[in-house]
Write a protein that binds this ligand. Sequence first.
Ligand SMILES: Nc1ncnc2c1ncn2[C@@H]1O[C@H](COP(=O)(O)OP(=O)(O)OP(=O)(O)O)[C@@H](O)[C@H]1O
Ligand SMILES: [Mg+2]
Length: 303
Amino acid sequence: MTTDTTTRGAAPGASAPGEAVLDARGVTMRFGGLTAVRNVDLTVNSGEIVGLIGPNGAGKTTFFNCLTGLYVPTEGEVRYKGAVLPPKSFKVTAAGIARTFQNIRLFANMTVLENVLVGRHTRTKEGLWSALLRGPGFHRAEAASRARAMELLRFVGLDGKAEHLARNLPYGEQRKLEIARALASEPGLLLLDEPTAGMNPQETRATEELVFAIRDQGIAVLVIEHDMRFIFNLCDRVAVLVQGEKLVEGDSATVQGDERVVAAYLGEPFENAPGAEEVAEVEAAEAHADTPQDAAPGKENDR
Ligand SMILES: Nc1ncnc2c1ncn2[C@@H]1O[C@H](COP(=O)(O)OP(=O)(O)OP(=O)(O)O)[C@@H](O)[C@H]1O
Ligand SMILES: [Mg+2]
């Protein structure tokens, strides 16, 4: 279990139950002649975990970029807790939306703790002079920041590695560190772009627990993932993007049963554990292929 009881209470960015935290309307993003996202509406309410799925190139990450000020949508509007978002990513973070990236973005040569401290800068009120003069206010703020950063590292299960360099963490732990760094800005909404990519099944399950624990603190979550088991276990609602457009939205059962989704993405109903048989077949074929090659006489001479 990766959660820590000291962090169980409501997070500083938490909002009232049922409140619309995110309200995206008619979001369109064009790159020259390519429309990557077309007229997408999506709301995320307080207390919800919402999934965003779709084939490669469907526009999921582009949509995230439109929500976080990295891109200014060609058309449409994004509101966070009722207010239109400013078109700058650091202002969006300050407003209360935090994210992780599909391609991990950590400061590789900084320690784990330092990476989380960087994530706190939008919440640190101490100004330039205070930092330069290093007066009592600065030291107090720094100590409080470090304590909160350590608390977040405990929450994701990385407190034992606070002084390790980020680049030395295994891949799965780098993803956890990204989540801790995102939480350090004390968000009301957390956007996760493929949080379990490259993780083994145990790590994926631990991440599921972690996302539930984040939600339980009052932080709404919008998550992109290709792992359907993860998505359908976790999410209250799932939206499906195909070629930039929202095809279907509903609870897990509705989305899994929708023929258009099955045709466009899933291939076959999820209940039948798609892919498992194929994986077993490929593994068996690979194992089989290895054996005669290794045993082949005169192999050394062939190379
Ligand atoms: N900055 C950009 N300039 C031009 N085209 C872009 C840009 N960013 C994304 N695209 C294009 O927009 C489309 C959507 O890409 P996006 O990365 O949003 O898909 P995705 O759903 O996140 O896919 P994946 O599951 O592979 O991560 C793709 O055709 C992509 O090539
Ligand atoms: Mg993507």
